[in-house]
Ligand binder design. Structure first.
Ligand SMILES: [Mg+2]
Length: 281
């Protein structure tokens, strides 16, 4: 693993996906806490980045603390926090209609956006923001549709994950709800802020004033974490403690050799079995 150490030595910022890298559900992945602490001891900036918009950053701080990983709000980025900051760059203190949960709602309000629950005048809504909402219903879909078609609100989404990993398998992800609104408005989101898009990573690099070649991302999903890392031109490291297996990686290499249709950005720069390998010689 000398190669890995040599690569990582040059990095001053490391971005970690959470589920499948640091923990699996409510279980810490072995020694992930110690690895994070050791990186911090070496003065490396450690940032966590999750596509899940339903959980507040404060909850993530508490969850990590329960695993003996100390961090601050400013080191946590969710697709919800990234979306909230990015749309404020388009319009500050905007009126938004939201399909999403508390994690998204709190982040939007924290940067000054006003959430309108039942718009009287659809024309007053600047943005419709869609994230995962496990209480999603026909009524909110109809309001979102009207805000966009009648009121000319702009359509943005936190992420478009097809599935949500849970302790005992998979549930439908935010992408399902994004598609529902796409179909009834005949519009696609102007931007999707979460992974695999590079915007979140670019925001992190900008906030910490780090150049892409001084940063890396550790993630367990090729079509979100690795794709985002490669698109943002930082070093992408697949960790095999989550949804991607060694067989998946071998299959990807084989398919890439056979076909030029595979997106090269799906291929991680480095593959490791677990974060423990960072400090193994
Ligand atoms: Mg993950």
């Amino acid at each position: 693993m000398k190669e890995l150490i040599d690569v990582l030595k040059k990095k001053s910022l490391m971005i970690f996906d959470l589920d499948g890298v640091i923990y699996r559900g409510d279980e810490l992945i072995r020694n992930a806490d110690k690895v994070i602490q050791e990186l911090k001891n070496q003065a490396i900036k450690v940032v966590f980045n999750s596509n899940n918009s339903t959980i507040t950053r404060k909850k993530y701080v508490e969850k990590l603390k329960s695993f003996n990983i100390q961090t601050e709000l400013s080191n946590i980025y969710t697709s919800a926090s990234i979306t909230s900051v990015e749309i404020a760059k388009i319009k500050k203190n905007s009126n938004v209609f939201v399909i999403g949960e508390i994690g998204l709602r709190q982040e939007l309000e924290a940067v000054g956006h006003k959430i309108v629950v039942e718009p009287i005048n659809y024309g007053n809504i600047d943005f419709v923001i869609v994230g995962l909402d496990r209480n999603f219903n026909y009524n909110s879909l109809e309001i979102a549709q009207k805000c966009i078609l009648e009121g000319k609100a702009k359509f943005y989404a936190t992420n478009a994950d097809s599935t949500l990993p849970v302790a005992n398998g998979l549930k439908p992800g935010a992408g399902v709800i994004v598609k529902a609104l796409e179909i009834c408005t005949d519009q696609k989101p102007i931007k999707i802020f979460g992974k695999p898009e590079p915007f979140g990573i670019q925001l992190i690099l900008n906030d910490f004033k780090i150049k892409p070649n001084n940063a890396c991302i550790f993630g367990d999903r090729l079509n979100t974490d690795i794709l985002a890392g490669n698109r943002a031109e930082i070093t992408s490291i697949a960790v095999l403690t989550g949804v991607t297996s060694k067989e998946d990686i071998i299959k990807l290499y084989e398919e890439t050799e056979e076909s030029n249709l595979i997106d090269k950005n799906l291929i991680p720069n480095i593959v490791i079995n677990s974060l423990e390998e960072i400090f193994k010689n």
